[in-house]
Design a protein around this ligand. Structure first.
Ligand SMILES: [Fe+2]
Length: 170
């Protein structure tokens, strides 16, 4: 079974990661409610560094031409125990290639599932992991079962080519 998922890493030191985590938490408007939320990382902060690494990894397996309206935004998805708002979804409408970087993962987190042609793939991401996949690939991030918050950073790339072309899917 061929899965169009590239697994890589953006290696950050613990100190650097702690600074990023602190940045997200300090910017997160209603952290004390422990609601799952998406938080757009402002430009010219560490999001630029993560997006550049995302681009670099994508360039290692294909040569995308960006659409004019591609925005190099990063979104921090903050979630914790008791906030199961996960569901099967794809990003077909807003993106061609998706990347998710795991900034903070906890012991009891159950990872993410992908669904493709009636097959399911489970991935248990670790800190610093970067997953890259076509926007049409359905996925389901398990709700967190850990009392500590989990933070993933989601990135999208809008390209002129189709995802199938870029991922060499026949
Ligand atoms: Fe997603």
């Amino acid at each position: 079974m061929f899965w169009p998922i590239y697994k890589s890493k953006i290696v950050l030191s613990k100190e650097q990661r702690d600074i990023y985590i602190h940045f997200v938490l300090a910017s997160y408007p209603s952290l004390k409610d422990y609601k799952s939320q998406n938080f757009k990382i402002p430009p010219h902060t560490f999001g630029d560094f993560l997006y550049e690494n995302f681009e670099k990894e994508v360039a290692s397996f294909c040569t995308p031409t960006y659409r004019q309206n591609n925005v190099k935004d990063c979104w921090a998805y903050v979630t914790s125990f008791g906030k199961p708002i996960s569901y099967w979804h794809h990003h077909l409408r807003s993106s061609t290639i998706n990347g998710v970087y795991y900034l903070k993962v906890n012991e009891k987190d159950k990872g993410i599932q992908f669904r493709y042609k009636d097959n399911i793939l489970h991935i248990q991401p670790a800190v610093n992991d970067l997953l890259i996949f076509p926007s049409w690939l359905e996925h389901y991030p398990f709700p967190s079962e850990d009392e500590n918050i989990r933070i993933s950073i989601n990135m999208e790339m809008l390209c002129e080519q189709s995802a199938n072309e870029l991922f060499a899917i026949k």
